[in-house]
Design a protein. Structure first.
Length: 327
């Protein structure tokens, strides 16, 4: 969507009880600080509720929202943040009458966006059918199961499909809003907004890098002992034949058991463990990439970089820069 700097674009945030306050603040902060060279604001941002008045949040305070759904009638962009109710399984797959009535006020020409699990509202309204969408990585499987007509991408920070946008977890709302500002007014203005908010104008990769996939303990499964052994030998060059020999079984039988117990082939599982171990070393040590690559069984830093790009969308260096100080 290209927006003229001569007009003020109206952004309306539709909030519900159980609002996550940060998501509301993100929209007001980013769009509210976007100005042109003359210093004139490029957006007006208003908040409305399905019922005007006091809106409960997931914190120890409420938000007073005097505007009701009528505020949506002249919206250019409508953003639906997450709410606590999104996390209850009894709420999935349906719209409350109040939310349904509110969405009916949205002009057909308006751009629609959701933050985090606000995507379930758009999905229940049929607005994501046939589109690519995302949500928090923990909720992506459920979104895909409830709405098979949606192309759910669990790895990205946001999606933009024909004027309907979705974002991953809470902070990905920042990436989403900056993307919309960049689409409307160009990179310079979006970058200025990002600098003023002290956030990167564009984050590398997607939310795949934030998903922690620990090694399953396996319990009493038939490959548990082999998997425990393999994790202790990640620095070695292990082939499918090596794994089968260690398990005293055939390659065919081993592959079948791995698929039953992990949902992956042995080599897919092994690659995931190498990646997970390399991530931990990047987060917790100052070892150079080549040393970590060798310890994790990637062989070379070049090979490890390729695996990181394919699996996480970022380089090992970028991953370390993001997570090194988080421990």
């Amino acid at each position: 969507m290209t927006v003229s700097e001569d007009s003020v674009h109206k952004v309306v945030v539709l909030v519900r009880h159980g609002l996550l306050p940060m998501e509301l603040g993100i929209v007001h902060r980013l769009f509210g600080t976007a100005v042109n060279e003359a210093g004139r604001r490029l957006y007006s941002v208003v908040t409305c509720a399905v019922e005007p008045g006091e809106v409960l949040t997931d914190a120890d305070f409420t938000v007073n929202v005097p505007l009701g759904p009528r505020a949506l009638r002249d919206a250019d962009t409508v953003i639906v943040p997450a709410a606590v109710e999104d996390y209850g399984p009894q709420q999935r797959g349906r719209l409350s009458p109040l939310v349904e009535a509110a969405l009916a006020e949205v002009p057909a020409t308006a751009r629609l966006a959701s933050i985090c699990t606000g995507s379930f509202v758009l999905a229940a309204a049929g607005l994501l059918a046939g589109r690519r969408a995302t949500t928090h990585w923990k909720s992506c499987p459920e979104l895909a199961a409830l709405y098979p007509e949606i192309d759910v991408d669990p790895d990205v920070l946001y999606t933009d499909d024909r004027q309907v946008l979705t974002s991953a977890g809470v902070a990905a709302g920042i990436d989403l809003c900056l993307h919309m500002i960049r689409s409307d007014h160009g990179a310079d203005i979006a970058n200025t907004v990002a600098r003023g908010t002290v956030v990167p104008p564009h984050r590398e990769g997607g939310q795949a890098q934030y998903i922690d996939r620990p090694v399953p303990d396996g319990g009493d499964s038939s490959t548990a002992a082999l998997r425990a052994w393999a994790v202790e030998h990640l620095d070695e060059t292990l082939t499918l034949q090596d794994l089968a020999r260690q398990a005293s079984t055939s390659v065919r039988t081993l592959t079948r058991r791995f698929r039953q117990e992990t949902g992956m082939t042995p080599m897919q599982w092994l690659g995931q463990q190498r990646l997970q171990y390399a991530r931990r070393l990047l987060e917790r040590t100052d070892d150079p990439v080549d040393r970590i690559a060798a310890a994790a069984g990637f062989g070379t830093g070049t090979a490890m970089r390729q695996h990181f790009r394919e699996a996480l969308g970022v380089s090992p260096r970028a991953y370390r820069n993001t997570f090194r100080g988080a421990q």
